[in-house]
Design a protein around this ligand. Structure first.
Ligand code: GDD
Ligand code: MN
Length: 366
């Protein structure tokens, strides 16, 4: 049992989803790596079904350096990290993955780079001299990661070899000033911090070897990539168009393709009349839109089970009203000779997207 600790000089924030088996080894490794430094650790768990939170609580009952935040009904690495950091009152915060892939033994060097070295942020880097990504990534994943790094470099004010890293350390007050401007979406919290700081941050990179995951599995999937693109767009546009709206509109465009494909199939293949085929296509497109929005646009608020069914029914109703408004407005513009067919149609469609988005965001996914 450790002695009563000093107020922590550094809070280690560990986002966790289904990492129950990795919690105890993490605390043990932090203890070994940070001897001589007053530290605490905060595990931020999104109500993992594998009992991660219970595991954290068990350790916290024995060790006052261990804390946990358990979030219910929400998912998301970036927002979990943000909440963990904002729960700290230490001078410094570090963020490290909970799956033991990041090398905690470089934490003292990262702390020194910020405390004595004058850097704003210390980044654990796989790509700088002496770093190594090979062990932890498949080749496909490594290629995607490289492409993302190059894309991100276009927006970054200062070159950073591994801006996609989830392993970094910075003064807690600095994070707090940036926090209100963060997009806080998806996986790329460090990139978000670098792009939201409002000035070029001085970055010091500390090399490490990315380890293979031993227990549990990666939560990174294809939709995480979309969120990454969303983050970059959000920052590139200066935040004036919310990423959620862009995503909603893009899903709507996909829905249009679904509509046309189903319409074609239903009329050509099954020989239905236009009206019948149009009904089938409309419902197919609305259903596809709903499911895609649930997976992508509102991933962090994803509906499941009975709430999914309720949401779908509501979505049909919202889209139905949107369609009536669309036809009404476009018809008015044409009848009053305020616009030709093309412009009137576009205005009606735009109105519908804004309406559908606004009502979906307040009534269905909230
Ligand atoms: N609370 C919470 N909520 N934690 C999460 C969530 C979530 O929705 N999703 C993932 N995590 C936790 C995992 O439990 C793990 O501790 C850490 O975040 C990283 O997730 P992994 O699923 O292991 O990600 P990875 O190994 O594929 O990706 C890592 O490398 C990337 C480099 O390209 C991460 O460090 C990324 O941040 C990094 O960008
Ligand atoms: Mn991992």
């Amino acid at each position: 049992m450790p002695a009563q600790p000093l107020p922590a000089e550094i809070t280690i924030v560990v986002p966790c989803y289904n990492e129950a088996a990795n919690v105890a080894p993490m605390v043990e490794r932090l203890g070994a790596a940070l001897s001589g430094i007053a530290w605490e650790v905060v595990f931020v768990d999104d109500d993992s079904p594998d009992g991660t939170a219970a595991q954290v609580r068990k350790l916290a009952a024995m060790d006052p350096r261990v804390r946990g935040i358990r979030r219910i009904g929400r998912r998301g690495l970036a927002s979990a990290v943000t909440e963990g950091v904002l729960s700290s009152s230490a001078a410094h915060v570090a963020v490290i993955d909970g799956d033991l892939q990041h090398d905690e033994t470089i934490l003292p060097a990262m702390l020194a780079a910020v405390r004595d070295g004058g850097a704003d942020v210390a980044v654990g880097s796989r790509h700088t001299e002496g770093g190594e990504a090979g062990g932890g990534f498949s080749t496909g994943r490594a290629r995607v990661s490289d492409a993302g790094t190059r894309l991100a470099a276009l927006l970054l004010p200062t070159p950073v070899s591994d801006p996609m890293s989830g392993f970094f350390l910075m003064p807690r007050p600095l994070f707090e000033t940036i926090a209100p401007r963060l997009s806080a979406r998806g996986f790329k919290i460090l990139l978000d911090v670098l792009l939201s700081a409002g000035r070029p941050l001085r970055v010091s990179e500390v090399p490490y070897h990315f380890r293979p995951r031993v227990a549990g599995e990666s939560k990174l999937d294809a939709t995480v990539l979309l969120e990454f693109v969303g983050l970059l767009m959000d920052k590139a546009l200066g935040g004036w168009l919310p990423w959620r709206f862009i995503s909603f509109a893009a899903v709507g465009a996909v829905g249009l393709l679904v509509h046309l494909a189903v319409l074609f199939l239903a009329s050509r293949v099954s020989g239905l009349e236009f009206e019948g085929a149009q009904w089938i296509a409309t419902f197919a497109a609305m259903t596809a839109n709903f499911l895609l929005n649930n997976r992508i646009t509102y991933r962090d608020l994803r509906l499941r089970g009975p709430r999914l069914v309720r949401g779908l029914v509501l979505f049909y109703a919202v889209c139905g009203i949107g369609a009536v408004a669309n036809v009404g407005i476009a018809g008015l513009l044409v009848n009053e000779r305020l616009a030709g067919w093309g412009l009137a149609g576009a205005a009606g469609a735009l109105l519908t997207v804004v309406w559908n988005y606004a009502v979906s965001s307040t009534l269905i996914w909230r």
